[in-house]
Design a protein around this ligand. Structure first.
Ligand SMILES: [Zn+2]
Ligand SMILES: [Zn+2]
Length: 266
């Protein structure tokens, strides 16, 4: 009987985290898809019935793959949360003074930099070996062009390469609970907005310091058009260093210009 309570708590934590990841995905992707539909009806609601039917099928597929990925992302996160809550394992801390205050932003950057590095090299490997692409990554590229619903449209093999990374880091690198929340929020935000077919940031940001260093839809859209470039997730660092950065999508920048120049519907 003694083990009954911890086992139940573990199952609650695992199921709860899967549910949180799935609901978060549906809510955030849904919100961005809804807003992008107004700006890019050509992608989200094409007038041609054949194209519209194809897009409806694509969105269904993106949601189904994303929900299966939500389970694979939820399980290691649920396990880490359980071990943190019940045994004090992991390096997640609650008292902001447990480490110097400067550590809070540094830890966020460190988590993002490690995640970005892992993502860049595993992503590039999946494009480098055709058999690996077919097995693990082709699903993500079935969407042409992707929508905000494709944020987590990964084959289970691809999810398995990445889902454990941030939960594992919490056992190694101290992070304040709120800073971890920031990391997860940034991860969700980039995952969704990079695929929404619309450049969310102002053009002057994209052409300035921000756009030179950070990835947004204009950058990731090129990856979905041309495949063998623009592999990064948050930062352009590895792409620039390794010569795989092919710049920003003229299509997305033109769509942004056109939207602001077009007369507003009455
Ligand atoms: Zn890819
Ligand atoms: Zn993508």
């Amino acid at each position: 009987m003694q083990t009954a309570v911890p086992t139940t708590a573990l199952w609650v934590s695992l199921a709860g985290m899967c549910l949180i990841v799935a609901v978060r995905y549906l809510a955030i992707s849904g919100l961005f898809a809804w807003s992008a539909k107004k700006i890019r009806p050509d992608i989200y609601a094409p007038a041609d019935p054949k194209k519209a039917a194809r897009m409806a099928r694509q969105v269904k597929r993106e949601i189904a793959w994303s929900l299966s990925a939500a389970v694979l992302y939820g399980l290691p996160a649920g396990l880490a949360a359980h071990l943190w809550a019940t045994r004090g394992l992991t390096e997640i801390y609650v008292d902001p003074n447990a480490y110097p205050l400067w550590w809070i932003p540094v830890s966020v950057l460190l988590y993002l930099a490690i995640h970005d590095t892992w993502f860049y090299w595993t992503h590039r490997a999946m494009h480098h070996w055709p058999w690996l692409f077919k097995k693990a990554h082709a699903v993500h590229h079935e969407s042409r062009p992707p929508t905000a619903w494709a944020a987590m449209a990964f084959h289970p093999w691809e999810s398995l390469t990445a889902a454990w990374l941030i939960p594992a880091l919490t056992f190694v690198i101290p992070i304040h609970i709120a800073a971890l929340g920031v990391v997860l929020t940034i991860m969700t935000f980039f995952g969704v907005t990079n695929h929404m077919g619309w450049e969310i940031f102002p053009r002057r940001w994209i052409e300035g310091w921000f756009g030179r260093h950070f990835i947004s839809a204009s950058h990731h859209h090129v990856h979905h058009e041309r495949y063998m470039s623009n592999y990064g997730l948050y930062f352009r660092f590895w792409d620039k260093l390794c010569g795989t950065d092919k710049g920003l999508s003229p299509e997305l920048l033109a769509a942004k210009d056109a939207a602001f120049k077009a007369p507003q519907p009455q």
